[in-house]
Ligand binder design. Structure first.
Ligand code: SF4
Ligand code: SF4
Ligand code: SF4
Length: 184
């Protein structure tokens, strides 16, 4: 059997822009308040249509745990690493705060934490996964926008939905091999 490889699939059409995922993430991971501190986010897209028939969608985002991660390549101390399941991690004890990784990430998925005195980012709630639980954002989302699982297991929810529905990866041209998929 293949090693686990975690991925997240987002069905953005179901997103209510309630931001429960961002609140859950901050609470779970002790991320300080303020827009400059974040492990995930929800972007409001441009208005569509003509008045009075207007519509707006929202796009949640977070670290894509890239298979070819530029943030990891540029880190001079080895603070940025990868777990066997592909989770891109930061060891705050080794981080010197040079922010090279923040510049290298094309998705702006990292922030500098004054609290940790290190760069911080999404870890797919690694501590919860170790307890057999889902990431906090996935568990919290009321409309099941977010699906999480092992993409190497053909029976997982993420594998099944990706086999059934077309998807795209954001900024695919960047060649970072993101493991976050948006359903079309
Ligand atoms: Fe690194 Fe950014 Fe990819 Fe996350 S999204 S693994 S921070 S390059
Ligand atoms: Fe590595 Fe920290 Fe520098 Fe980022 S800020 S490149 S994690 S040492
Ligand atoms: Fe969208 Fe779900 Fe996040 Fe609410 S919790 S903003 S519905 S992804």
């Amino acid at each position: 059997m293949k090693n686990k490889r975690y991925a997240i699939v987002l069905d953005t059409e179901k997103c209510l822009d309630c931001k429960a995922c961002t609140v859950a993430c901050k609470a779970e991971n002790g991320v300080p308040l303020g827009r400059e501190n974040y492990r995930n986010w929800v972007e409001e897209d441009e208005l569509r249509g003509t008045y009075p028939n207007l519509g707006q969608s929202s796009t949640p985002g977070q670290c894509m745990h890239c298979g070819n991660a530029p943030c990891k390549r540029v880190c001079p101390t080895g603070a940025t690493g990868a777990s066997p399941e592909g989770i891109i991690t930061v060891n705050d004890k080794k981080c010197i705060g040079c922010k090279y990784c923040m510049t290298a990430c094309p998705y702006n998925a990292r922030y500098y934490s004054e609290k940790l005195e290190a760069v911080d980012k999404c870890t797919f709630c690694q501590h919860r996964l170790a307890q057999g639980r889902l990431p906090a954002c996935v568990e919290t989302c009321p409309t099941k926008v977010r699906l999480f699982g092992d993409i190497n297991d053909p029976e997982s929810e993420v594998s099944k939905i990706l086999a059934k529905r077309r998807s795209r990866v954001q900024k695919a041209e960047m060649g970072t091999k993101p493991y976050l998929f948006y359903l079309i």
